[in-house]
Design a protein around this ligand. Structure first.
Ligand code: X1X
Length: 338
């Protein structure tokens, strides 16, 4: 199969998903007070991706902790769209009940939440673990719940985001003017602008095509997703900027959550927390292995970024200004100090 055929299939899957989901008006839960409940989830990936495995684990754990009847209807491969669609559905309480979502894809409703996946926030995996084991992000969760009626029930993630490009990027000189896609939250574009790149916010399901047609020269992503969606076909050069260790909330629509019986709510909260721990261990363990698999298969070329420390210096003022803007200066200081 040619790359073009793969692209056509994958893009059609992701693009049609939004339209399909918008047409689904039936609430996923059979009835608020009935015994049988069906919860619909969504994943942009197939069964091999850590997000999908984490959502399968979530379903299994809810089943173990709840004596009533509950079914899970997890739609894969972007059948229901991409994260920027999911956030609308969750906020409105239609089409899906739960998913895993990048904080930067929820900025539209909760401007402060992208602080969680701001580039260069975490020093290393230990720091990331420490922050996620604390309640440092509590105020951001509260804002999301209040503004968007979306509830964070656990945290997964653990992938390391790097530059992914059609041409090699070795240093700051190569990065200057580099046309790259970033997620929709303003802090993402601000960060990469400060690093002298030329970022633009493009929907995830348009990235492959935009690189293939030369509209952009690359983007940034973690190994699990590069491999799952075959981005290496159009962008085989990985530069190890290691700028983000992902934080990916497992989220549920507040409208769904409130309709669940109390014992099911308790099971969902417990399972969300435990599935998050499962997913964090899985993705952080697999991250390097997946890079190696792609390298061994001749799908990617990997290089270090010369002078990575300089990037850290360049983004600090952007981070400080963002935190001041969302009145989270203390929160940022607390995270940095952990
Ligand atoms: O860059 C994106 O929009 C996506 O990248 C990966 O697939 C995931 O981290 C996903 O959550 C989303 O952020």
């Amino acid at each position: 199969m040619t790359n073009f055929a793969i692209l056509t299939k994958a893009t059609a899957r992701l693009t049609m998903g939004a339209a399909l989901a918008a047409g689904l008006s039936a609430i996923s839960m059979t009835a608020a007070f009935a015994q049988d409940v069906t919860l619909r989830g969504a994943s942009m990936f197939d069964d091999n991706h850590a997000f999908t495995k984490t959502m399968r684990k979530f379903a299994e754990l809810v089943g173990e902790n709840y004596s009533g009847s509950v079914e899970f209807d997890l739609r894969l491969n972007g059948e229901l769209g991409v994260e920027k669609d999911y956030v609308n559905f969750l906020q409105q309480g239609v089409a899906i009940d739960y998913t895993i979502m990048a904080p930067s894809n929820m900025a539209k409703f909760a401007p402060a939440i992208p602080l969680m996946d701001m580039p260069f926030l975490f020093r290393d995996l230990d720091h990331w673990n420490k922050v996620l084991a604390s309640d440092a992000f509590g105020p951001l969760e509260a804002e999301l719940e209040q503004n968007a009626d979306i509830k964070i029930i656990g945290y997964t993630g653990g992938g390391v985001r790097n530059l992914v490009s059609s041409e090699p990027i070795a240093n700051l000189a190569d990065l200057a003017g580099h046309k790259m896609r970033v997620m929709g939250a303003p802090i993402q574009a601000q960060t990469f602008s400060a690093l002298t790149a030329a970022p633009s916010a493009i929907a995830y399901n348009e990235v492959y095509n935009a690189i293939q047609s030369g509209v952009i020269s690359g983007f940034e992503n973690e190994a699990a997703s590069i491999q799952n969606l075959k981005f290496y076909e159009v962008a085989p050069h990985i530069t190890l900027t290691k700028h983000t260790i992902t934080v990916r909330p497992i989220v549920m629509s507040g409208k769904t959550f409130r309709k669940l019986p109390e014992d099911l709510q308790a099971a969902v909260l417990k399972a969300g927390k435990e599935a998050g721990a499962f997913g964090r261990e899985l993705e952080s363990r697999e991250d390097g292995l997946k890079l190696q698999e792609m390298l061994d298969a001749g799908q990617i070329q990997v290089q270090e970024f010369e002078g990575r420390e300089k990037l850290l210096e360049m983004v600090v003022p952007v981070q400080d200004a963002f935190a001041a803007d969302i009145e989270a200066t203390d929160l940022l200081a607390n995270v940095r100090g952990m």
